[in-house]
Write a protein that binds this ligand. Structure first.
Ligand code: NAD
Length: 336
């Protein structure tokens, strides 16, 4: 489709859907996916920038941007029923379902369902926002009630039409598992844990390349701020606001006596710091990333740190501050 810039009506929002535009006789091909520009004829760079500035400032809603969504559900009857309800409600707003490349992923079930959704789409975190409905008790991530599905569809549809999707971004923990065969990189939304399988875990714990302690006990849990309310909380770790780019190391039943000694307190590492765990050679260990468990005996070391340049996005269609979420999940005033 081609058009001249002077034919673009002024005064409305304009969404980029063209792949070729003619301006003053010169053709400019535009790839709207990555907003790269290719000149099919000579065009001075200054003019091009000027042109782009003008172009993006147009407020013209000629065609709706087709926001894509997908639903991940727990598989129980209530969650499946809610999913069908949501599909029919959201169609009114022109959102299309896309399982491979969604912009919004709605999880229906519990926090565990959202963890599944996160791991399914963890390669696409740069453009996906998550939102969760809980079909059991109030979840920490799944904070919409089943009877609010209509309201959620309406708010999602309206924000898509107004191109005003608000998100909060939370830090993640990245782990790098070193074996003889190289380094594997993984992400967790809640936490990474390391435990012994058939014996006490024995491991050296280094922070920023210096030995902190030799750990003996059940295991070590390294959580994100949003995961600090999950396993970490049961271990006596602190609840950390997700605006802090940090990870928390908490011990799982460490042995402390006259022979063996660990710090005993949970510790917070800021971003750019890292923690290396060296399990004693050829120990059978279990690693977990959120709900995903793997038994290994080939691990030489595991480095944990705040994931650089990667965050999880949650779509916010109404305010629900972190501390209100903490209060409602743990203290119990259900104010929704
Ligand atoms: P699950 O079915 O055993 O549920 C664990 C519970 O943790 C659920 O009540 C869930 O709502 C809650 N939860 C999950 N993420 C949370 C968060 N960020 N904040 C507050 N509560 C949260 O297991 P699942 O549903 O597959 O979830 C896996 C998670 O379970 C793990 O990531 C871990 O955090 C948690 N877990 C906790 C313990 C413990 O507290 N002792 C032990 C193992 C795993």
């Amino acid at each position: 489709m081609t058009d001249r810039i002077d034919k673009i009506p002024n005064g409305q929002r304009y969404i980029v859907l063209w792949d070729k535009i003619v301006y003053d006789g010169w053709e400019v091909a535009v790839s709207y996916e990555n907003l790269e520009l290719y000149l099919t004829k000579w065009f001075s760079y200054e003019n091009l920038e000027l042109y782009l500035t003008k172009w993006f400032s147009y407020e013209n809603l000629e065609e709706d941007y087709p926001l894509k969504y997908n639903v991940v559900n727990r598989g129980d009857e209530i969650s499946i029923q809610l999913m069908h309800t949501f599909h029919s409600l959201i169609q009114r707003f022109g959102l299309t379902q896309d399982e491979e490349n969604p912009d919004i992923v709605l999880s229906i079930g519990g926090d565990g369902t959202l963890l599944h959704a996160f791991h399914r789409y963890k390669e696409q975190l740069d453009h996906i926002a998550f939102v969760g409905i809980h079909t059991g008790r109030l979840g920490f991530f799944a904070d919409w009630k089943p009877d609010e599905v209509e309201l959620l569809a309406q708010l999602m549809g309206e924000s898509a039409q107004q191109d005003d999707l608000r998100v909060v971004k939370y830090p993640l923990v990245e782990i790098q598992i070193t074996t003889q065969n190289g380094i594997e990189t993984e992400l967790a939304l809640n936490e990474f844990t390391l435990k012994g399988v058939d014996a006490t875990l024995v491991a050296e714990l280094h922070i920023n390349d210096e030995l902190l302690e030799t750990f003996r006990g059940d295991g070590i849990c390294i959580s994100t701020p949003s995961g600090s309310t999950a396993y970490n909380k049961s271990l006596g770790g602190a609840i950390v606001h997700p605006s802090l780019d940090a990870i928390q190391i908490a011990e799982i039943a460490s042995i402390n006596n006259r022979v063996y000694r660990t710090l005993g307190s949970p510790i917070l590492l800021p971003k750019h710091h890292h923690c290396d765990i060296y399990p004693r050679a050829s120990q059978n260990i279990i690693l977990s990333l959120d709900h995903v468990y793997m038994q290994r005996n080939d691990v030489l070391s595991i480095r944990s740190m705040v994931a650089a340049g990667k965050k999880v996005k949650f779509a916010r269609f109404r305010p629900f501050p972190f501390w209100s979420r903490v209060r409602e999940a743990f203290i119990g005033y259900d104010m929704l």
